[in-house]
Design a protein around this ligand. Structure first.
Ligand SMILES: Cc1cc2nc3c(=O)[nH]c(=O)nc-3n(C[C@H](O)[C@H](O)[C@H](O)COP(=O)(O)OP(=O)(O)OC[C@H]3O[C@@H](n4cnc5c(N)ncnc54)[C@H](O)[C@@H]3O)c2cc1C
Length: 451
């Protein structure tokens, strides 16, 4: 059952907003309530599709006045489905796609409804980019507020390290800017503390010159998984900051299981062959697909593996060290996955991420070596039990090798202890900030910091 608001309430919100207001009886409702993860099936009382700050303020005011749970939607990619809620108001920022690049200053001003594909397209028109998510349909908003992991992070830092300023609507409806000179405490919390402190309507990012890159996978037969993993451990540990190396499980077009080392090299092209030679000379790959390509191309390389609406269940942990034991466990679980769709991904940190002082932002895991994403992905609704069970058992088996930390944006619905693990040793400072900016926890439809 969905809570239904009275007609006069809808009419008053419609009168206050420039954007569309969608209720359960409207034809667009079924589409508008859906997010990237097809497992999420929530039924909001109203969806307010905002066109700017005034709409956000009107929708928030309406939600509070009617005592509705509030969810904020950027790109709608959060696997836990935090962009929507049951019986509440969804403040949907996805129509807000304005963007301006200031090439001389190497700055981008971007509204909160943009996706990384849309953002990259504009910055690349000027040969510029900032660290952003690896799937082009992911929203810039949720990703930035949680930290922001991407191919360029070892060279240019996390996405949040490139955030210069944010426009924010607070829980009491006030608008303010947060940056290095104004509301610095809030600016600190926005860089890793998620959407806990307010609704960010626009972000300002530092950009960097990024031309053509060398990217793509080298694919190996699954039988070689152990050796490839060990090679990955050594090669990633020795990588220069210009290089990001990912290990992944892959499925070939003929349905065979395989493993891959995926690289993105964003340094001088003349040096690429030397940097990539150890990988290109290692083992007996099925295929070396590394090639020189545009930054936008590499940013979309995995899009087809994550179609909108596919069923997802993720578990993740930061990993201290890729020991032989850890590798053994991972290979055993990959071999036993219930389907060929799941993605098992290891990402490396270090470089510029580790050089930012720990207390400079709320992102709490500067010392992470690797993270592990166990992404069970399937399409038949009846199969969910087997996939979720596999992901959970895999994650449990990896805990002896895990640091205890997890990236907040990779959390599923996993309980408050795990939320604390995600914010790590900054949790107490984040609680103080939450008490200052959102004492009544209006913004609780997120990985929540409880005031
Ligand atoms: C296929 C896939 C690939 C991914 N790849 C990466 C990756 O490469 N790097 C990485 O770091 N992460 C990645 N992620 C994780 C991603 O960072 C999170 O899913 C993130 O939440 C996505 O942001 P969004 O705006 O699309 O999310 P949404 O689902 O819209 O929102 C996520 C959370 O942020 C809050 N929020 C959203 N917008 C705002 C706002 N403007 N103001 C305040 N709060 C807001 C929401 O309330 C919610 O709690 C990936 C996820 C998926 C599903």
């Amino acid at each position: 059952m969905t809570i239904t608001l009275e007609r006069p309430a809808f009419d008053s919100l419609r009168a206050d907003m420039r954007g569309e207001v969608i209720g359960p009886a409207d034809p667009g409702y079924e589409t508008a309530r859906r997010v990237h993860n097809g497992m999420i099936d929530k039924r909001p009382a109203v969806i307010a599709r905002c066109t700017g700050v005034a709409d956000v303020q009107a929708a928030l005011h309406f939600g509070i006045a009617h005592d509705l749970p509030v969810a904020v939607r950027g790109g709608g990619h959060n696997v836990a489905g935090k962009a929507v809620c049951d019986d509440g108001i969804v403040i949907d920022l996805s129509p807000m796609k304005g963007m301006r690049v200031l090439p001389g200053e190497r700055v981008a001003q971007a509204q909160a409804g943009l996706t990384w594909g849309e953002f990259d397209r504009e910055t690349q028109a000027f040969g510029l980019a900032t660290t952003g998510g690896a799937i082009s349909t992911t929203g810039i908003a949720g990703l930035t507020l949680g930290g922001g992991i991407g191919w360029l992070q070892r060279k240019h830092g996390l996405t949040c390290d490139n955030l210069l300023s944010a426009d924010v609507v607070l829980a009491d409806g006030r608008f303010l800017r947060a940056n290095g000179a104004e509301n610095e405490d809030l600016f600190w919390g926005l860089r890793g503390g998620g959407g806990n402190f307010g609704i960010v309507t626009s972000f300002e990012y530092r950009l960097h010159p990024v031309g053509r890159v060398v990217g793509g996978p080298v694919v190996y037969p699954f039988d070689a998984a152990r050796e490839v993993f060990r090679f990955y451990r050594d090669y990633s540990a020795a990588a220069p900051d210009d290089l990001f190396v990912e290990f992944g499980m892959a499925t070939l077009p003929d349905g065979q299981r395989a493993v891959m080392v995926f690289v993105v090299y964003a340094g001088p092209l003349a040096a690429a062959d030397d940097v990539l030679r150890p990988l290109r000379e290692f083992g007996s790959p099925l295929e070396d697909m590394t090639a020189t390509m545009s930054y936008c191309e590499v940013q979309q390389a995995f899009d087809a593996d994550f179609p909108d609406g596919i069923l997802n269940y993720w578990k993740s942990s930061n990993i201290r060290e890729l020991t032989d034991d850890a590798i053994e466990t991972m290979v055993a679980f990959m071999a036993a996955s219930p389907s060929l769709r799941p993605m098992v991904i290891i990402d490396q940190f270090g470089g510029a991420v580790a050089r930012v002082p720990d207390d400079a932002t709320a992102f709490g895991h500067r010392d992470a070596a690797y993270d592990l994403i166990i992404a069970a992905i399937w399409s038949a609704p009846g199969e969910q039990e087997a996939h979720i069970d596999w992901a959970r058992r895999f994650w449990e088996a990896m805990q002896p090798h895990a640091s205890g930390d997890v990236y907040v944006n990779y959390l599923s619905e996993e309980g408050q202890d795990r939320v604390r693990d995600a914010y790590g040793h900054h949790y107490a400072r984040l609680v103080d900030l939450k008490r200052r900016y959102d004492p009544h926890n209006v913004f609780r439809g997120n990985q929540n910091i409880q005031p």
